[in-house]
Design a protein around this ligand. Structure first.
Ligand SMILES: Cc1cc2nc3c(=O)[nH]c(=O)nc-3n(C[C@H](O)[C@H](O)[C@H](O)COP(=O)(O)O)c2cc1C
Length: 311
């Protein structure tokens, strides 16, 4: 479970996940913050708990054809299709920039096959500046891999085992909400050696353009994110907490500190801010500031708040 150093009032915010200390519990959600550098002119990366970078694959990917984003009530539907520079270019071209910051870097990874996952994990093993891997087994927007691994506990466990064999880095597994019972998935990935879980990725959704009688997205369906999904995400964190032996990172619709605190009180050791960064590139830092104000005002620490929900 997440613990924190609580020696003085300045130490109310740090949390620990899989043996790594984060200066505060607020991370950026993968795919919503590029590789960090894109947001650096607008926010202070050094004030984040961690930067989680866009999902990395073995080879560069173009992603899906457009339209691949559509606005929805209180959210958005996307089908980017995991466009990224590839793990090699990330290490050579993107990571050196991030090393200039004291903030932890978490590499989000994915593959179409077990071998892909292993290989990407192996390439990032021992690379300076990468604190942990977040394994995306839950992307609904790709034809191969993704959702299949994320909704079948047996397949999910196989991916985690393959990654664990290929790296000494802590492994965080990012779970899909598109399942009946999140607890089954939590148990499966933990038994396979996962060191923490991120809950949730986007919910599969669809928007129809009624004038054209066509789907709004080229891929027909996409992943729903933003405040619309927050109550679902909080509920899943709370359910996961009942069985989880490892820390939970809560993600889904966090717009402000109050939202992040919902996740923490429900059982998350840390949180990720995603869609909110598209509206305000400084959103994640503001969430961290708001949490700092809350713990100060309540004379408590983040780690004491984790799972403090009274039902
Ligand atoms: C445009 C976009 C791209 C995303 N790309 C990834 C990705 O590459 N890997 C991943 O694990 N999650 C990805 N996600 C999911 C987010 O990290 C997050 O789990 C989800 O959006 C819910 O959080 P939010 O409501 O705060 O956005 C993406 C989300 C969006 C909106």
């Amino acid at each position: 479970m997440g613990t924190t150093v609580e020696k003085n009032t300045g130490e109310r915010l740090p949390v620990e996940i899989a043996g790594i200390r984060f200066q505060n519990p607020v991370m950026t959600a993968s795919g919503t913050f590029g590789y960090g550098s894109e947001f650096a002119p607008y926010t202070d990366l050094n004030r984040l708990g961690a930067v989680v970078v866009k999902g990395l694959s073995l080879k560069p990917r173009q992603g899906n054809p457009g339209p691949r984003i559509v606005e929805t009530p209180c959210g958005m539907l996307n089908a980017i299709g995991l466009q990224n520079v590839g793990v090699e270019a990330f290490i050579k071209e993107k990571l050196p920039y991030l090393r200039k910051y004291s903030t932890r870097v978490i590499a989000n990874i994915f593959g179409e096959t077990m071998e892909d996952y292993s290989e990407v994990a192996r390439m990032l093993d021992g690379v300076e500046g990468v604190a942990a891997l977040e394994v995306n087994i839950s992307c609904p927007n790709v034809k191969k891999g993704g959702i299949v691994f994320g909704t079948d506990p047996f397949e999910a466990a196989k991916v985690v085992m393959a990654v664990k064999k290929s790296t000494r880095l802590p492994v965080i597994t990012k779970l899909s909400p598109n399942v009946t019972d999140i607890k089954v998935m939590v148990r499966a990935v933990e038994d396979a050696g996962s060191d923490a879980v991120s809950i949730i990725n986007t919910l599969t959704g669809m928007v129809v353009d009624v004038e054209k009688r066509r789907p709004a997205l080229a891929t027909v369906t996409g992943g729903l994110s933003g405040p619309a999904i927050r109550p679902v995400a909080v509920r899943m964190v709370w359910e996961a907490r009942k069985v989880a032996r490892t820390p939970i990172i809560g993600v889904g619709g966090i717009m402000e500190a109050k939202d992040a605190l919902e996740f923490i009180i429900a059982g998350a050791t840390a949180v990720q801010v995603g869609t909110a960064s598209f509206i305000d590139p400084n959103a994640a830092v503001k969430v961290a500031e708001g949490i700092a104000e809350y713990v100060e005002r309540h004379g408590t620490t983040v780690s004491k708040l984790v799972g403090s929900l009274e039902v």
